[in-house]
Design a protein around this ligand. Sequence first.
Ligand code: NAP
Ligand code: MN
Length: 267
Amino acid sequence: MGDRMINIFANEDIYSREVRKLLRRKLEQSGFSVPKQFTPEAELVVSIGGDGALLRTLHEYDFPPIPFLGINTGHLGFFQEIHPDELDEFIFLYKQGRYDIQNLKTVKADVLESGKGYMYKGLNEITIKADNPSTIHLNISIGNSFIERFSGDGILVCTPAGSTAYNYSLGGSIVDPRLSILQITPIAPMNTTAYRSFTSSVVLPEELSVTVHPELRKGSGFLVIADGMEHRHGCIDKMVLGFSETEVNLLRFEHYDFWTKVKSKFL
Ligand code: NAP
Ligand code: MN
């Protein structure tokens, strides 16, 4: 079957659904087919919505290697490459192969709870927080060195692609995604005579991992949040964070420039 298939996902709002219908018609007129369900044989995934929609599609299909294209009908659209009024240009350029693929690194966390292992991945970040209002204490090692007993709301470990999301709101640095570094960013760190924690982000090279030994919380537990998707844990014996092997491939066109995007979204 020489069929060129493209998966399309859209947010539930009326506008995103309209864009989906229009795109589907245009793609079919250009000789592509649009399967009803996610098809791994497809050559492209189009996600219509905001960054959140793209993140949810990625997680739902477990980070497929197929390139993704985001069409922005959301609020910010940092990952999203085109606007809904650019569908014809997109199809024209795509058919001629006039695009680049931006490879983005992902972060992963291996969580051990009562002898059971869990693995989470994130394109933006993985966060560990309390599941109730009281402070958490996290013993943090970088590589093989014990660094600090963190006290506060929690920490996140973000990729360069995620540096412009939650990390940026917390005062973390914006990182060019051509760099392979992870950033550990504290969330409301406490610095008193009772508790001592780093108050700024720290930046790590790709070969180092971060090990977290959370302190037991009586009657409560932890939330591990990957790209905004939350997972509840009781006690966590150990959590190891680092880069994952998985990359996310985003379609980018000629005009794409990371710093132009940063400026247009933040300044
Ligand atoms: P959300 O709470 O609806 O949206 C948070 C905002 O972050 C949205 O405007 C979203 O863009 C934007 N965003 C997502 N990824 C981004 C990126 N890589 N660079 C710049 N902005 C980005 O949640 P969501 O839409 O499902 O997105 C999940 C992300 O929200 C998480 O990964 C986390 O980084 C972020 N978050 C931020 C805060 C905060 O800043 N205080 C708190 C919690 C979570 P769209 O409008 O295009 O969706
Ligand atoms: Mn959103």
